[in-house]
Design a binder for this molecule. Structure first.
Ligand code: DX5
Ligand code: ZN
Length: 213
């Protein structure tokens, strides 16, 4: 069954504990978007917020780094409580070394690409990845429109993962909602990130349940 990872970027920061408890109760993974204003034209949050969430979370913390030179911060994110850490392929000169560094810190290592980067560019690193994050919008902001091309990208990547006999879940991030969740799962996605669809809803638990169904 598909796992749902609400993006805390869309949470209510004045009542964060309430939203953390909602994810604990109804979802599977906390998705935490870290932006540096350099790799993407936006800033989000860092260690204090992640540590606060970690102190109440009973579900794994998935940190999505949209920062340059991720190798400088991997250890600190692991210490802050990250169970999964992903970074963008083009954010570093040494993706293989960063993947190894994440594993050495005891976290699962993920590689991310934006929609304009061919999935084939991930292939040299697949054996070092514990999961892949495919962006279905351009990283930087919540609430963008889902890019339809994503289905074919998932299928292509999934076929290569299966061909190699690997077990690497594909996570999809951006514009995910109950309207495309089942098609994404059918294409081969195993983790669905959803920010605005979950937190802008009157009943987040019901939205999560309908995406899992
Ligand atoms: C965008 C982030 C996403 C974002 C998703 O750069 O990586 O995780 O918060 O938000 P929605 O689901 O609203 O597109
Ligand atoms: Zn994200």
């Amino acid at each position: 069954m598909v796992q749902i990872a609400p993006s805390m970027l869309s949470a209510d920061f004045l009542h964060l504990e309430k939203d953390v408890e909602m994810v604990n109760a109804y979802a599977d993974i906390f998705h935490l978007d870290v932006m540096d204003g350099v790799f993407v034209p936006n800033l989000s949050f860092g260690f204090p917020v992640i540590e606060a969430i970690a102190s109440k979370a009973v579900k794994p913390l998935d940190v999505h780094l949209m920062i340059v030179s991720p190798e400088k911060y991997v250890k600190r994110f692991a210490e802050a409580g990250a169970d999964m850490i992903s970074f963008h392929l083009n954010a570093t000169d040494e993706p293989g070394a960063v993947l190894q560094q994440i594993r050495q810190c005891g976290a699962k290592a993920g590689l991310v690409i934006n929609p304009d980067i061919p999935v084939e560019s991930l292939y040299p690193y697949l054996d070092k990845c514990d999961y892949i994050l495919l962006m279905s919008v351009f990283a930087g902001f919540g609430g963008q429109k889902f890019i339809e091309d994503t289905y074919d990208r998932i299928k292509t990547l999934k076929a290569e993962i299966l061909r190699r006999g690997l077990e690497i879940p594909i996570e999809v991030d951006g514009g995910v909602s109950p309207s495309n969740a089942s098609a994404l799962a059918e294409a081969g996605a195993e983790i669905l990130v959803a920010g605005s669809a979950v937190f802008n809803a009157d009943d987040p638990a019901q939205v999560i349940a309908s995406m899992k169904a």
